[in-house]
Design a protein around this ligand. Structure first.
Ligand code: ZN
Length: 127
């Protein structure tokens, strides 16, 4: 299903957007809170520099924001359909917990999407 050479492959497998062989993050464990955000500076396979320029990752915050809003709306619709009679604080609590639980995934996914917007697959760089 996930075909190498596509951006969705790089994003979901958390591989370098250029060679799609090297890992982007130091660990695959998304809920290891001490290390989930640690990244390689350069791709271990093709030496592509992940942070293209200073402040590059600030743009990933916009992706993260959009991702969190979409997740919050989906969570609200789902909880409203299941429990339509409950109060607003019920929904706010569920949405807050969902955002908190999903934060490491959102963080990593938004960085992967952001870097894939500016870097493109090059088959000559992969082994
Ligand atoms: Zn690479």
């Amino acid at each position: 299903m996930l075909k190498k050479g596509t951006k969705i492959y790089s994003i979901l497998k958390e591989k370098c957007p250029v060679c799609q062989e090297g890992e982007v993050f130091l660990t695959k464990k998304k809920y290891e809170l001490r290390t989930f955000d640690k990244m390689h500076v350069r791709c271990p396979n093709c030496n592509h520099k992940y942070e293209i320029e200073g402040g590059f990752w600030q743009g990933a915050m916009y992706v993260s924001y959009a991702f969190t809003v979409a997740l919050s709306v989906a969570t609200f619709v789902l909880t409203y359909l299941i429990y339509p009679e409950t109060g607003v604080w019920y929904h706010i609590t569920i949405i807050s917990l969902m955002s908190l639980v999903m934060a490491p995934i959102t963080y990593r996914m938004s960085r992967m999407i952001w870097m894939n917007l500016f870097s493109h697959y090059n088959s000559t760089k992969s082994k």
